[in-house]
Design a binder for this molecule. Structure first.
Ligand code: ADP
Ligand code: MG
Length: 333
């Protein structure tokens, strides 16, 4: 196995044995690892520092400035990610287990999610049944409710790549697959149909990646951070409504789970940006034809351009589609 041969050995990380690479990023690599002290499997996010060698410093003056800025920005964002994660404990959020800083790297030690990304399950199964989508989105919503209402934290990067899961053991199938869709011919055979209790079942879903998250609400006073008396209205408003960015993203996730493609898409970034700005999306036929009106109504309340009108997490939880009980297994502690 090539991937295994290429696993690096990091100085300062002797307590762990790297087992596999789980993710790649511009500044970070994520590994599955064994904690040799506790014998527990964990995930380790290794973030490269940009330590400049003396020879590089004299290279090009501007480049040095840019590299240095990158370094400081990275330092600030890694520390912020860890700082925010330290205060957070919820069954639907990837738990921070430790933080190690060495000369060249920051290592963020995380609870391991064996199932990987929800994103890969969409690619694998094309789309989810309404029951399975509800099963996933409900857990994401529980996490968002905890972040928004108890912690005053906005995640700001909710997407299928940052939603991980623990698989549940294979059990007999109890529900029937949805009607055939165009392009179904090349899908996995019926036995692989994903319904939360069948093959490849999704158990507990967890939000990962707090790299872009932000604290916007004072936990104790339940007011925006800073002294409100002197804060400009656009700041107060911005803080109040920034939580709504997670609700928009939740709408995009729900849309994508149900049909297998995102609500906004274009090859050109410019056109895509325009579509998002105008809230230009449709429930494309024939893919959306079999999906319930309640699901569409919920999505319409989330993909709503005006953040003041967009559903809050409280309103989301009370929507009839969310309150429909599903035939899926209940996840217990
Ligand atoms: P980035 O900032 O590079 O997006 P992430 O924290 O999102 O970093 O991690 C990148 C990828 O690594 C994720 O999309 C996921 O595939 C994998 N990953 C991250 N954390 C875990 C974890 N705790 N368990 C399993 N896989 C993980
Ligand atoms: Mg990510």
């Amino acid at each position: 196995n090539l991937a295994k041969q290429r696993l690096p050995s990091y100085e300062g990380l002797e307590r762990f044995k790297l087992l596999d690479k789980l993710g790649d990023g511009a500044f970070s690599n994520v590994y599955k690892a064994l904690d040799l002290e506790t014998k527990e499997k964990v995930a380790i996010k290794a973030v490269r520092k940009f330590e400049l060698k003396p020879q590089q410093v004299i290279y090009i003056y501007m480049a040095v400035i840019i590299e240095k800025d990158t370094h400081f920005l990275l330092l600030a964002s890694v520390l912020k990610e860890v700082q925010i994660m330290r205060t957070i404990k919820h069954p639907n959020i990837v738990q921070l287990k430790g933080f190690i800083e060495t000369k060249g790297y920051y290592f963020i030690i995380l609870e391991l999610c064996e199932g990987g990304e929800i994103f890969h399950q969409i690619v694998r199964f094309t789309y989810f049944s309404e029951d399975l989508a509800r099963h996933c989105v409900r857990q994401v919503a529980e996490a968002i409710q905890y972040l928004h209402e108890e912690k005053g934290v906005v995640h700001r990067d909710i997407k299928p790549e940052n939603l991980l899961f623990d698989p549940i053991p294979i059990a007999p199938r109890t529900s029937t697959p949805p009607p055939m869709q165009p392009g179904d011919d090349d899908k996995e055979d019926e036995g692989e149909f994903i319904d939360g209790v069948g093959g490849g079942g999704i158990g507990r879903v967890k939000i990962a990646d707090f790299g872009l998250s932000k604290v916007v609400w004072d936990q104790n006073t339940q007011t925006p951070c800073g002294t409100v008396g002197y804060t400009a209205p656009e700041i107060v408003k911005d803080e109040r409504y920034s939580k709504s960015v997670d609700m928009w993203a939740l709408g995009c996730v729900l849309y994508t789970l149900l049909c297998g493609f995102p609500p906004f898409y274009d090859e050109s970034i410019q056109v895509l940006t325009e579509k998002v700005a105008k809230g230009q999306y449709t429930f494309l036929s024939p893919w959306w034809d079999p999906i319930s009106e309640e699901a569409k109504d919920l999505i319409e309340h989330l993909l709503c351009i005006d953040p003041e009108e967009r559903y809050t997490i409280k309103q989301f939880m009370k929507h009839p589609w969310m309150r429909t009980s599903s035939s899926l297994l209940k996840i217990t502690e």
